[in-house]
Write a protein that binds this ligand. Structure first.
Ligand SMILES: O=c1[nH]c(=O)c2[nH]c(=O)[nH]c2[nH]1
Length: 307
């Protein structure tokens, strides 16, 4: 049976580009997932394998990152228009470009304590939390006599665009990681904490307020810690919760290190001054630990945060 080629398109999907714009020590973030689909005179590559009309998908990826540097990202629409116009007008065989973009919204982490040297008025200028993300969790156990209440959250996505370093680590023959003195630190916070209330004879905590306060302290500690490792940030977040909430004795975190790699723009004659990053989704570092009030026994199961 003879066959003919039908509709076809190609390009690089899901380019995760993060653009940081620095206005003094106030940083702005644009976080996009950009998919490029090109079509045009592409019969030959399908029929005979001739690549004469094919702009590599790898090039379309590079263009996304280079344009983030060269043109900035004012809006997803404008950025998409720049890209689409570029592909259609610069390559004769390309007749149509479809750019799909998802934009992830971030808001600044607020502080009310006024106790950090990194804080402006009431916001940390380089610390962000993803909008509308987290899921609140709870686990209640009762044996007819005693209560155990665990509470927590997951998918609370946070990012510091500076005040994070990672260096001085062990190096063996397989180590290739470059030491970082100014990197992005981003994670999806999963946490479980345990209330020390166990008996109906005692007054139970105000669950709503405790949750809101624990969340606030986690965010503020993340924003206000000058981090030398995600492990250190984790410990700061945990001890901030334990020290400020007497009703909580124990907190366990599972923190994926969401790596952001600086994109090498040198091949395109562009300098990347800590502005354009590739947000990798996997593999990721996974940093997990419990922080306890001194003298209490650890009860939160080690694998709780993976449930
Ligand atoms: O904060 C970090 N902790 C690590 O243990 C680690 N390991 C790594 O490769 N990068 C990082 N970052």
């Amino acid at each position: 049976m003879p066959t003919i080629l039908g509709q076809n398109q190609y390009g690089k999907a899901e380019n995760r580009v993060v653009r940081i714009t620095r206005d003094g020590d106030t940083h702005h973030i644009k976080d996009l997932n950009v998919s490029v689909a090109l079509s045009g005179d592409m019969d030959e590559v399908h029929y005979s394998g001739s690549n004469a009309n094919v702009l590599p998908t790898d090039t379309t990826k590079n263009t996304v990152f280079a344009f983030a540097k060269e043109h900035g990202i004012d809006s997803a629409e404008q950025f998409g228009m720049h890209l689409a116009r570029h592909f259609v007008t610069s390559q004769e065989p390309i007749k149509r470009a479809r750019i799909r973009i998802e934009e992830y919204a971030w808001e600044r982490i607020e502080t009310t304590d006024g106790n950090s040297r990194f804080i402006g008025a009431d916001e940390v200028k380089h610390s962000f939390v993803r909008k509308g993300q987290e899921v609140r969790t709870a686990q209640i156990t009762f044996d007819g006599d005693r209560w155990e209440v665990l509470a927590g959250l997951k998918d609370l996505t946070v990012l510091n665009s500076t005040h994070s370093e990672f260096w001085g680590y062990v190096k063996d023959k397989y180590t290739t990681l470059k030491e970082a003195h100014d990197r992005i630190l981003a994670t999806d916070v999963s946490a479980w904490w345990r209330y020390n209330w166990t008996s109906d004879e005692d007054r139970a905590p105000n669950w709503e307020r405790s949750y809101a306060q624990a969340r606030k302290h986690i965010l503020q500690a993340f924003a206000e810690t000058y981090s030398l490792s995600l492990q250190q940030t984790l410990y700061q977040m945990g001890s901030r919760v334990i020290n400020s909430r007497s009703e909580i004795d124990e907190i366990r975190f599972s923190l994926p290190n969401k790596h952001h790699f600086l994109v090498d723009l040198e091949p395109f004659g562009l300098k990347n001054d800590n502005e354009v990053y590739f947000a990798a989704d996997r593999p990721y570092g996974l940093i997990e630990a419990t922080v306890l009030r001194d003298g209490v026994e650890a009860r939160i199961p080690v694998d709780m945060t993976n449930l």
